[in-house]
Design a binder for this molecule. Structure first.
Ligand SMILES: N[C@@H](CCC(=O)N[C@@H](CS)C(=O)NCC(=O)O)C(=O)O
Length: 213
């Protein structure tokens, strides 16, 4: 019997991307909590798994003696989608679109949301109204505008539900808790709710919820 996938995880938007995907695919996995507050992402054993010192990461023991370590949420989701054939379109045209939106998320929505979240949640009070704080809030909103436009007349980012949705959703889920109202983005509001109602998405977000650092 194949050993379950190891998921290196913390209950954060980047962690949820992978917990949601594993739940959606029905893959068996073993969760290893990386406590970011304690700095466990810098432990030397973890660097073998992810030299970039961040969660999420996985180890897949699939059918051979050389376990596969993967870091970066986009690479992990693509790997799992190709492994299972799920949440990835068949046509070449749609695959190109999918890859484009994966790159968009990891290069835009994720980092801008992450920086905005940092200023909103952790910056000293004197920095909260700084030029940098305003810039990241604004850049995050620009990403929401892009997504809003892409979702016009559609239920999902491509056509069917895919890893483009799974990777983007967690950074939209937390918008309100970062002081960003979603009222100006009605397509996003509907899409956010549509995904929230999926059992696997709920299970993914609830994984180790109490361990939020
Ligand atoms: N581009 C990475 C971002 C991962 C990331 O920023 N993870 C955060 C948690 S949400 C982290 O591990 N932060 C710890 C640190 O930077 O020390 C991905 O998409 O996987």
């Amino acid at each position: 019997m194949t050993r379950p996938i190891d998921l290196y995880y913390s209950p954060t938007p980047n962690g949820w991307k992978v917990s949601i995907m594993l739940e959606e695919c029905g893959l068996s996995y073993n969760t290893i909590l990386i406590n970011l507050k304690k700095g466990e992402q810098f432990d030397k054993d973890f660097l073998i798994i992810n030299p970039n010192k961040k969660i999420p990461a996985i180890t897949d023991y699939e059918g051979n003696d050389n376990p596969i370590n993967i870091f970066e949420s986009g690479a992990i989701l693509l790997y799992l989608a190709e492994k299972t054939g799920k949440f990835i379109p068949n046509s070449k045209y749609e695959r190109r679109l999918l890859i484009q939106w994966l790159f968009w998320q990891v290069g835009n929505l994720g980092p801008m949301g992450g920086q905005h979240s940092h200023f909103w949640n952790y910056a000293p009070t004197c920095e909260k109204k700084s030029y940098a704080a305003k810039r990241y809030a604004n850049e995050y909103k620009k990403c929401l505008e892009v997504l809003e436009y892409q979702l016009y007349g559609k239920n999902y980012i491509i056509n069917d539900y895919s890893i483009a949705d799974i990777i983007s959703w967690p950074w939209v889920l937390i918008a309100k808790s970062m002081g960003i109202a979603l009222d100006p983005y009605p397509n996003i509001v509907k899409w956010r709710q549509r995904l929230k109602e999926r059992d696997a998405v709920r299970r993914g977000v609830d994984l180790m919820r109490s361990k939020k650092g």
